[in-house]
Design a protein around this ligand. Structure first.
Ligand code: MG
Length: 278
């Protein structure tokens, strides 16, 4: 259910998912725009476009025995059953109503995050449901590889099931951060784990870390641009990036991933990062 934000939400607005502080400036805040965008027809069209491209590509991917989408996979995937791997937050589940709560409450992540996850009421990111269902119908195993922590697995599972996502493997279809000792927020080890039994044919995310090792994904803006460019031909064929303007390493990268600064300093770094032409 959509609710309008009240004026009391404005004086102290949430910055980003990872920000620690609360904005001191009254009035309009950048996250308000980003959250509005996440709830817009334009965003829905964009994410549908991403998933529609994947659907067009999927049959070719399945038919090509040499087709792989996981860097960690190596060449030893012959004969393994196909799988697709999707991140959860802002890839298959839309948390923009949680962001709206934060804006309204003048709070910041992770305030209320566990409760939101356990409510299990996030809606699908547009396009994600159709693609995952189509893949499952084609005999492709669907895995959800998320940096939500292990204690949120049951709530996340309930949410996915309630919205109709294929989770045929039960809880094993979800790979949570910290679920095993070596399953860190670097998703590489979990991709390796899946590659032992499956040929990963496509991956979906909203962050570079959903595709490459965490260290690579968390470089400087210039380094991240290089990572993106190095895999140029995989975007839209093997790797599918859903837009997320609310939070991500793209923001952390200009802050040296250090949100424990004053808001004024964070704002200064963001402004400095903008490229302009006159
Ligand atoms: Mg995500």
């Amino acid at each position: 259910m959509k609710r309008s934000l009240t004026p009391r939400s404005l004086p102290c607005a949430i910055l980003t998912f990872s920000a620690l502080g609360c904005a001191s400036a009254p009035g309009h805040h950048p996250l308000t725009m980003a959250t509005m965008y996440a709830q817009s027809a334009e965003y829905a069209a964009a994410s549908r476009s991403v998933y529609a491209a994947a659907r067009v590509q999927l049959d070719d991917a399945l038919a090509d025995p040499d087709w792989s989408a996981a860097l960690e996979q190596g060449v030893d995937f012959a004969g393994k059953p196909p799988a697709i791997v999707l991140d959860v937050d802002e890839t298959v589940l839309d948390n923009s109503p949680y962001e709206a709560r934060l804006i309204e409450d003048g709070a910041s992540y992770p305030s209320g995050w566990d409760a939101w996850c356990n409510e299990g009421i996030a809606d699908p990111v547009p396009g994600a449901l159709a693609l995952t269902k189509y893949a499952a119908e084609r005999g492709v195993t669907v895995f959800y590889l998320t940096n939500r922590k292990a204690h949120l697995e049951e709530g996340t599972y309930r949410n996915l099931v309630a919205r109709g996502f294929p989770v045929d493997g039960g809880l094993d279809a979800l790979l949570m951060a910290d679920e095993r000792p070596d399953w860190t927020s670097n998703k590489s080890s979990r991709r390796q784990h899946l590659s032992a039994t499956h040929r990963i044919v496509m991956m979906f995310g909203d962050n570079l870390g959903d595709f490459v090792a965490r260290d690579e994904a968390r470089g400087t803006p210039a380094e991240r641009e290089g990572v993106m460019a190095r895999h140029g031909e995989w975007w839209g064929t093997r790797w599918f990036m859903v837009p997320n303007a609310m939070y991500g390493y793209w923001d952390g990268a200009v802050l040296d991933y250090d949100y424990a600064r004053g808001e004024a300093e964070l704002d200064r770094l963001r402004l400095n990062a903008l490229e302009q032409k006159r």
